[in-house]
Design a binder for this molecule. Structure first.
Ligand code: AMP
Length: 397
């Protein structure tokens, strides 16, 4: 159980409540292309509105690097949020985030009103967790609520610094839900417990692999990171992604798996090509025998079958990272197979954010999963067994 104050423990009537959300959504030509992070924030916002608080929302979007960048404004989020809430969300347009305009907007709020501040990363202090901006944010509010799971692995002004300068702080419903699902899956899983890791780099997931080997019955590794393991097994990977300086680590992890009695499943075959694009010649070969001049961009059919079988027998499955370059249709079969296998089973199925969440939603399997995390980096750090600074900073119950 999370020992942090929750929004159910607050009395917000008439109070100004600053809520850190994760509205870092993908935009294309000003249009939001995936609104899951916005819909995930609704329960907290609705609850605080119902309780009669004055709700001041804030978030970052992208990396404006400490200055106003109109293409990374949160204005489109305010518009969409108004539609989803069925109530106006005033956008407090302000290049300094907490400038005159934002202060005026806050001063004129009635109970139950909602406003959204501008992108917190327009301020260079934000990512450095500098006191001045934390104090400015805190000056707008009586209470701070952190509901931004996807940003809670970062100690920034709007996730950590601000908590020092408000009277009260709590976590929101999304934060509670993420921690409950991810925490239960990892620390209290029903067995067999299978974890699937993919994506491009071993180096990003070193601590995740290490930590999960303590907990799982089966660890499946696919995607670009599998080729470093193939080399550790004495294989040839041609021009595939390889982190030569992580080969020894891969060997160490294979030994650890054996010692712990964890089944480590690596691809046995792989789909290779000469060029990094969709429309090109491709064929399937043994994962340990990729010729020079060719690179593996997906797991092969036998691997898909083996991975699917392992997933089928599981009671808990966690997945983070695609099995191949799923952005190219010709190399998406491995990622689709894993998503399909997880959608088909009667088990606790958790998607650890990022690309795998996008893939599952695009394939229309979203509803079939027990939980799809809104945080990529944050869920990885959680899976590493780390405490998230944005959660630690909130007041205990
Ligand atoms: P990550 O950000 O580490 O989760 O990696 C996701 C990216 O890994 C996706 O954009 C995939 O296209 C890429 N990826 C997965 N498998 C491979 C591969 N075999 N070769 C190159 N890139 C890959």
């Amino acid at each position: 159980m999370l020992n942090k104050k929750s929004i159910d423990d607050l009395q917000v009537k008439g109070k100004r409540v600053l809520v850190r959300c994760d509205f870092n959504v993908p935009l294309q030509d000003g249009a939001i292309t995936d609104e899951n992070r916005i819909t995930a924030a609704l329960p907290t916002i609705k609850k605080l509105v119902e309780d009669g608080g004055k709700i001041i929302l804030c978030s970052h979007m992208g990396k404006p690097k400490g200055e106003p960048k109109p293409e990374l404004s949160l204005a489109p989020v305010a518009k969409r949020l108004s539609q989803l809430l069925g109530k106006e969300v005033v956008f407090a347009k302000d290049d300094t985030v907490v400038g005159e305009n934002a202060k005026k907007a806050v001063a004129s709020m009635q109970d139950g009103d909602v406003i959204l501040l501008e992108n917190t990363r327009y301020r260079k202090e934000e990512t450095k967790n500098e006191e001045a901006f934390s104090k400015e944010l805190a000056s707008l509010a009586d209470v701070f609520v952190n509901d931004a799971f996807g940003s809670s692995h970062r100690a920034h002004c709007s996730t950590v610094g601000v908590t020092e300068f408000v009277k009260e702080s709590a976590v929101g419903y999304l934060m509670e839900k993420e921690i409950e699902f991810l925490g239960n899956a990892v620390n209290n899983p029903q067995h067999p417990f299978v974890a699937i890791l993919g994506g491009s780099k071993v180096s990003d997931k070193i601590n995740v692999i290490n930590n999960l080997l303590e907990k799982v019955d089966t660890l499946i590794i696919g995607g670009g990171m599998a080729y470093t393991f193939a080399v550790a097994k004495g294989g040839k990977v041609g021009d595939s992604l390889l982190e030569a300086d992580k080969v020894d680590y891969a060997k160490e992890m294979m030994e650890k798996a054996e010692k712990k009695g964890v089944k480590l499943l690596l691809p046995v075959d792989t789909v290779i090509t000469k060029e990094f694009k969709n429309d090109t010649e491709f064929k399937t070969v043994s994962a340990l025998e990729i010729p020079d001049g060719w690179m593996g961009l997906d797991i092969g059919e036998k691997s898909r079958e083996q991975f699917t079988d392992a997933i089928k027998s599981a009671k808990t499955v966690i997945w983070n990272g695609p099995m191949g370059v799923f952005e190219f249709e010709n190399f998406a079969a491995g990622t689709k197979a894993v998503a399909q296998a997880m959608a088909d089973i009667d088990a606790t199925t958790i998607i650890g954010g990022g690309d795998s969440a996008a893939a599952v939603n695009q394939l229309g399997f979203g509803e079939k999963m027990t939980h799809i995390s809104t945080g990529g980096g944050a869920s990885l750090e959680f899976l590493e067994g780390k405490d998230l600074p944005g959660v630690v900073a909130v007041q205990d119950k």
